[in-house]
Design a protein around this ligand. Sequence first.
Ligand code: A3P
Length: 292
Amino acid sequence: SHDVEESWDDEFQQLVQTFPKDKSFTGMTLYFFQGFWCPSIILKDVISCQKHFQAFDSNIIIATLPKCGTTWLKALTFSTLYRNQFARENNPLLTYNPHSLVRFIGYDFYFNDSCPDLENCTLYQPRLFSIHLPYASLPTSIKDSNYKIVYLCRNPMDTLISFWASQERSSKILFLQYEYLKEDINSHLKKLAMFLGVPFTEEEEKQGVVEEIAKICSFENMKDLEVNKKGMQTFGYPQETFSRKTKTFEVPCEAFFRKAKMGDWSNYLTPFMVERLEKLIKEKLENSGLTF
Ligand code: A3P
């Protein structure tokens, strides 16, 4: 396996030399891969994951680009999907950051030369994972299986300020937009539950379960939880069952909770920057049907 790893290293080094290269506004090296600019630090994992990821039907995946509201969507989906698997007052969200509860394929699992044991790595059923990739770069085994995909996007300028956009519609993809979630969370939670195959019953609706999930996952509630104020979130593959190699990194949980506002970009971008971005957004999203 060590040899396989080394030869994949060499192959990767040769491969990236064929990709167009640039730098992001934060100074990160980017490679143009499958229609998107991909940070060099994750590209190898993206390709390994595309090669080796084996999707099992009836699992669910949250696909987002960073800073689109991933943390919120993880909280909402987890709380909705598994609501009958724990007592309400014991919702694990109260003690864990959503990134501990819904793991990232690509960051949290090691794919270098095979698919890790994803069947035995989550507590609840059906299994829920997340991924930070545009639709075009999703492993084909996800696209070809009955995986349900919940895809969330956000106004690119707010996404930029908070720190990409791609979409495709079909019955196995629920396409969500941050702005509309903010506007009316209850009706979107019902849509999400329906899509996940766990629609809210009339009884649950009468009892206010929808509102309760919206509230527990709200920015105001989550940002004030002890775990999210003081905790550190570990990404990577620390547990031996998930991988054979240790590679982890830590992010303070508070980094996932900034302002959660729409249009906060206007407080940071100059008119020149706005003009450039609007032009770019129009160019890229013109025929997408998306409006922000
Ligand atoms: P801002 O930086 O605009 O405040 P991600 O989870 O993909 O990294 O996205 C982070 C963005 O989602 C941040 O936006 C963060 O404040 C916002 N966010 C985090 N939790 C949220 C919640 N429960 N409800 C709404 N927005 C939330």
